[in-house]
Ligand binder design. Structure first.
Ligand SMILES: NC(=O)C1=CN([C@@H]2O[C@H](COP(=O)(O)OP(=O)(O)OC[C@H]3O[C@@H](n4cnc5c(N)ncnc54)[C@H](OP(=O)(O)O)[C@@H]3O)[C@@H](O)[C@H]2O)C=CC1
Ligand SMILES: Cc1cn([C@H]2C[C@H](O)[C@@H](COP(=O)(O)OP(=O)(O)O[C@H]3O[C@@H](C)C(=O)[C@@H](O)[C@H]3O)O2)c(=O)[nH]c1=O
Length: 305
């Protein structure tokens, strides 16, 4: 029996990482090597976990030469946008240097390299955007992700970039929350929240992002693909839909805009992605926002039982 190809996931303990490992183990197309900083926080089995801090180049060299993956999905990053703005050195190490070390080993192995990127490489002047739009980041996190994309696009071996937007979902032992969980928990606690209605996104269920990355891996696809949800919404609209779905008090949601609600790092106003290319070329089919909330609701109930 032919031995299976090996796929290595970086940041496997994270929201996307956990969904990638779950789906890859289920599909059984690859031998799965899950890597992450520190101990394994993933439930279940069917994969090999290897500790890998991507900011330590010797560790990257050792782990990659020992595991010899055929495919790498690089989702690891510093993703707290405000912390990235305030601690730019840490952000640069996690998002640029780590990617640089990994690319060097991927080229040696001629491994298919799939880089997960973001709508935050864009200025937010217009949206939704196609894969051909010109990047112009307006926060430091976005700058480092764009730098990562540039390193990837200069690779001599096969590469792909999966760009996504406002990922939401439920994972084990999460290091940070995301908008749907935050809205639900705030309203359940009877807390009033200010939510902007002048930013536009195509929010993405973590499972759909993972499915899109795996389509790229399975098909050996190369180039840039927008992998996001299909619905073009503002955070305010997302909050109202979440309240409706979970039958929570909508009066606690106070509509505001980006001039009133400010965060340390500027957010691009209008982003969101057109996903026709991924739909046509990969067969990518994400869930509607409402269906996605329903999936999340089931997971929340399961997690409680
Ligand atoms: N979340 C979102 O809304 C969006 C995310 N993206 C991109 O998607 C990808 C995944 O995001 P998401 O799953 O939400 O992020 P998470 O923050 O949930 O996961 C990121 C993971 O990367 C790990 N990591 C960070 N630095 C290192 C390092 N030096 N070595 C090894 N692992 C490291 C973190 O480890 P630890 O658990 O130890 O902290 C964490 O598990 C990222 O590349 C992000 O830029 C793009 C658009 C939207
Ligand atoms: C906390 C908060 C957020 N918001 C809005 C602002 C923003 O548009 C949206 C999400 O806010 P957050 O700060 O939680 O998420 P944010 O850091 O904007 O999320 C980003 O994460 C990185 C990793 C990405 O790559 C981006 O695609 C994007 O998803 O909700 C409010 O309106 N009120 C609030 O109190």
């Amino acid at each position: 029996m032919a031995t299976k190809k090996k796929i290595l996931i970086t940041g496997a303990n994270g929201l996307l990482g956990q969904k990638l490992v779950n789906q890859l183990v289920e599909e059984q197309q690859f031998q799965v090597i899950a890597t992450g900083r520190g101990s394994c926080r993933l439930p279940g089995d069917g994969f090999e976990y290897v500790q890998l801090d991507l900011e330590i180049q010797e560790e990257v060299e050792r782990v990659l030469s020992e595991t010899q993956p055929d495919v790498i999905i690089h989702g690891a990053a510093m993703t707290h946008v405000d912390q990235c703005e305030l601690n730019q050195e840490a952000c640069y190490k996690a998002n640029v240097l780590a990617t640089q070390y990994l690319i060097k080993e991927a080229e040696k192995l001629e491994a298919h390299f799939i880089f997960v990127s973001t709508d935050f490489i864009f200025s937010g002047e217009e949206g939704p955007l196609s894969e051909e739009a010109d990047p112009a980041p307006i926060n430091y996190y976005g700058e480092t992700k764009l730098e990562g994309e540039r390193l990837v696009q200069a690779m001599k071996s096969k590469w792909a970039i999966a760009r996504t937007v406002l990922v939401f979902g439920l994972a084990h032992d999460m290091s940070r929350s995301n908008i749907i969980l935050w809205v639900k928990e705030s309203l359940e606690a009877g807390k009033e929240i200010q939510v902007v209605d002048d930013q536009f996104r195509t929010p993405t269920l973590a499972e759909d992002l993972a499915a899109g990355c795996i389509l790229i891996a399975n098909q050996g696809a190369d180039g840039i693909f927008n992998i996001s949800g299909p619905d073009f919404l503002t955070p305010y609209q997302m909050a109202v839909e979440t309240a409706e779905y979970f039958k929570l008090d909508q009066s606690l949601i106070k509509r505001t805009d980006s001039t009133q609600f400010t965060q340390p790092a500027k957010r691009p106003l209008k982003t969101g992605f057109k996903i026709e290319k991924a739909q046509k070329e990969l067969g990518f089919e994400p869930k509607s926002f409402r269906t996605a909330i329903g999936i999340l609701a089931k997971q929340i109930i399961l997690a409680r039982s």
